[in-house]
Ligand binder design. Structure first.
Ligand code: ZN
Length: 755
């Protein structure tokens, strides 16, 4: 056990974690990760802190309102864990910067998000980058944590997710089965019809035509006639919507074959005439003309918003609220829209929803509950977030240990089931018809957007009117497009992918949609230049492509002028490999002989390497002299380069203080934009961490990133590509002149997927 728990801590210490979201779950999660021993945490959140966050997002204080959640959360945690590295990005996770290559650097991704769209986006990137994802969510007392590992468990989108907060119109207008349906009807149809904009389309129209009064205009039922008593008007509306419309609906037998029949409710049955008069005389509403303080409850002497009113009480509130709108707030009528902070509006909607619920045999609710439902409010519970954050860390640790058998989806319940509030379930297998992102191998420096649209999107995916997006930037849209956009899209079609306004390069994830066909998919772009094919194309198995122009930010071949009889290996490592090339854990070889390796090295080698560092280059076991070609690598950063050694006797102490000169290399200019987005640990860290943080920062800002895209040996890449290719049943090879497009992925799955 002891050794296993030691191993366990080691896993945590060396792993690099990405957290998406620094809100309710995120604050808890960042704290728990830091206290669990995680020491390299990156966090993305585009939001700023609001006053309403402070009751549960405990890393934030009043003074932080308006500031970046990600950055303030980082600073707060560094105060009690100053020696760990936390990198904060005040940015949208959908920004193109956070592409597949960005995701690949992490051991696990942890989601603490609040919307479906971002969750799907992160899921797709994790699949494309092959990085495990731990997903989470909370609603009040409810919560869940799920694990998604490519090929091992289902992904976030293997099962369709119910779209929240929208309901079929017929459920709302004719066949409500839940209280929320009655609330939507009362708020979006009845309230809007009576008090909102009369010109708005409204489904209540359908049922407002009155056969018995055919001479009258359809609108008349809801329109208050001149001189019509407000009491009279209210009862007319009441009887129409709760009585007559229900009778009308009942006349369609087909609807009620498998449903409970609703019962019509008329005002005279619940409120006898005399009571209504009394009602009208009882003016307890002493409020001024300040609109929002007018209240039907106050007027009727009802105080407790947590009492469930009887049908009779609801009917009195309904009529009283309507009366108050027409007497105290007449000027607003025609312009009102429902607002959860408008007491009278909430009272009216609660009463109307309850009367309708009574009609359909649905349990009634109190005003407090109805207000929450009407305002789409689910009160966040800090404890749920804390529990969920703890579960995320537990699953993340299992993922890091590759302990597949222990993975669990855990549901946090509101009421105990089998004496448990936490319900663990084994994750499901991946759904084979789930469309995981398609990959497209393409020469992004040569192929035009037009080629991609014609040869892939139209010809292969069968889309007629595609829309193509790179993160949030729209590259192309077919169909009914505004005039000024047509020219832009036409120009984009003729552009090479890498030169588009939002460049499409290796690692880009494109979103392709066809609204009419309800098709949507993501395409993961892989930049490729030369290919060894599995099947002949144009009778060739080898597909040559014209070489590219030299890339100006390319650094090979490097030459190093150095006095090989005086400079030590240590000097070369510190001044060139680490300081200039930005490698953290370098490995240095002279032909096949290993001179130095940093990082996790076997004990007996450490002494040898330490001795080598102190040796003059020409006196190393495998001597480094003029004409030697050194190979320098950093596996973690996927960097590799050669250094051509040139012996030089003398150096100018003023101009060349290092005693060596690196040629063919220029100091890359950090991108200013990135500088603002990503922040290292900052001043609150110790010097040692500062140095680490600085080099982290450099990672993201360009010293390494232009090199990073250059991967280890090309031939292994090609054989790997060929091996990958064999594993995919559906490989599409298209050739056209010099360009080659390879599309891989499960097209059947893609076709089955609908929006
Ligand atoms: Zn899936």
């Amino acid at each position: 056990m002891a050794s296993s728990s030691f191993h366990f801590t080691a896993d945590i210490k060396v792993s690099k974690v990405l957290m998406v979201g620094a809100g309710g779950i995120g604050c808890e999660l960042l704290k728990t990760l830091a206290l669990s021993g995680f020491s390299d945490i990156h966090i993305i959140d585009m939001d700023t802190i609001e006053v309403s966050n402070l009751n549960r997002q405990f890393l934030f204080r009043q003074s932080h309102v308006g500031q970046s959640k990600a950055k303030v959360a980082r600073d707060a945690v560094l105060k009690f864990r100053p020696n760990i590295s936390i990198t904060a990005y005040h940015a949208n996770v959908k920004d193109p910067d956070f592409n597949v290559d960005f995701f690949k650097q992490f051991n696990v991704v942890l989601n603490g998000l609040d919307n479906l769209d971002a969750r799907r986006h992160v899921n797709r990137l994790c699949l494309a980058a092959d990085v495990p994802l731990v997903e989470s969510g909370t609603t009040g007392f409810l919560g869940q944590v799920t694990v998604h590992v490519k090929g091992k468990t289902e992904c976030y989108e293997c099962q369709p997710k119910p779209a929240p907060k929208t309901y079929p119109v017929c459920t709302i207008t004719s066949t409500p089965s839940k209280f929320v349906h009655c609330i939507v009807w009362a708020k979006d149809l009845l309230f809007a019809k009576l008090l909102g904009d009369k010109n708005q389309e409204n489904d209540l129209n359908v049922r407002s035509s009155d056969a018995a009064s055919s001479s009258k205009n359809v609108e008349d039922v809801f329109e208050r006639r001149k001189g019509e008593e407000i009491e009279q008007y209210g009862r007319k509306i009441f009887d129409h919507v709760f009585g007559y419309n229900i009778e009308l609906a009942l006349s369609n037998e087909e609807t009620w074959k498998n449903r409970n029949r609703p019962k019509p409710i008329y005002s005279k049955d619940v409120l006898p005439e005399e009571l209504a008069l009394q009602n009208g005389n009882m003016d307890n509403n002493h409020a001024s003309d300040d609109g929002l303080s007018v209240s039907a409850m106050a007027s009727l002497g009802m105080k407790n918003p947590q009492d469930i009113w009887s049908v009779k009480e609801n009917s009195r509130i309904f009529l009283e609220a309507l009366k108050l709108f027409f007497t105290k707030r007449e000027k607003e009528i025609g312009n009102l829209s429902f607002d959860k902070d408008d007491q009278l509006a909430v009272e009216f909607v609660t009463a109307a929803a309850n009367i309708r619920a009574a009609s359909f045999g649905i349990p009634l609710h109190n005003l407090f509950e109805a207000k929450g439902i009407a305002g789409n409010i689910v009160h966040a519970v800090a404890t749920t977030n804390a529990v969920i954050a703890g579960l995320i860390v537990i699953e993340a640790i299992k993922v890091l240990r590759n302990d597949i058998k222990s993975y669990r989806m855990t549901y946090c319940l509101e009421h105990p089931s089998r004496n448990m509030l936490l319900m663990p379930v084994e994750p499901f297998e991946p759904n084979k018809s789930c469309y995981t992102p398609l990959s497209l191998e393409i020469n992004t420096n040569r192929s035009k957007l037009k080629d991609l649209v014609e040869k892939i999107v139209k010809a292969k995916l069968g889309m007629n009117l595609p829309l193509i997006m790179n993160a949030s930037s729209l590259l192309y849209e077919a169909g009914d497009v505004e005039d000024d956009m047509i020219a832009i899209y036409e120009a984009n079609l003729e552009k090479v992918l890498a030169e588009l306004p939002s460049p499409v390069t290796g690692g880009t994830m494109l979103t392709v949609e066809d609204y009419l066909q309800e098709l949507k998919c993501n395409i993961n772009i892989k930049h490729r230049m030369t290919y060894c094919l599995e099947h002949p194309s144009r009778n060739m198995l080898l597909m040559p492509v014209e070489p590219f122009e030299p890339n100006k930010s390319c650094y090979t071949p490097l030459s190093l002028e150095i006095n090989t009889n005086r400079s030590k290996l240590k000097d070369l490592v510190e001044k060139i490999v680490k300081a200039k090339l930005g490698m953290n854990l370098p490995l240095i070889m002279n032909a096949s002989s290993l001179l130095y390796e940093a990082g996790d090295v076997e004990d007996d080698m450490i002494a040898i390497y330490e001795a080598n560092l102190e040796k003059v280059l020409a006196e190393l076991p495998s001597p480094v002299t003029g004409g030697t070609m050194l190979t320098v690598e950093d596996y973690l950063q996927e960097l590799k380069c050669n250094i051509n050694i040139k012996h030089r006797e003398e150096f100018d102490e003023e101009k060349e203080p290092d005693g060596m000169v690196l040629l063919g290399w220029t100091q890359p200019v950090p991108a200013a934009e990135n500088k603002n987005k990503s922040v290292g640990n900052g001043a609150s860290t110790s010097d040692a961490t500062m140095a680490a943080a600085e080099s982290e920062k450099d990672d993201e800002m360009g010293i390494v990133s232009p090199l990073k895209k250059r991967k280890l040996p090309d031939d292994s890449d090609i054989s790997k590509a060929a091996a990958d290719t064999k594993n995919h049943k559906q490989l599409q090879v298209i050739d056209d002149e010099d360009d080659l497009l390879v599309l891989e992925g499960n097209l059947d799955g893609f076709k089955k997927r609908r929006l």
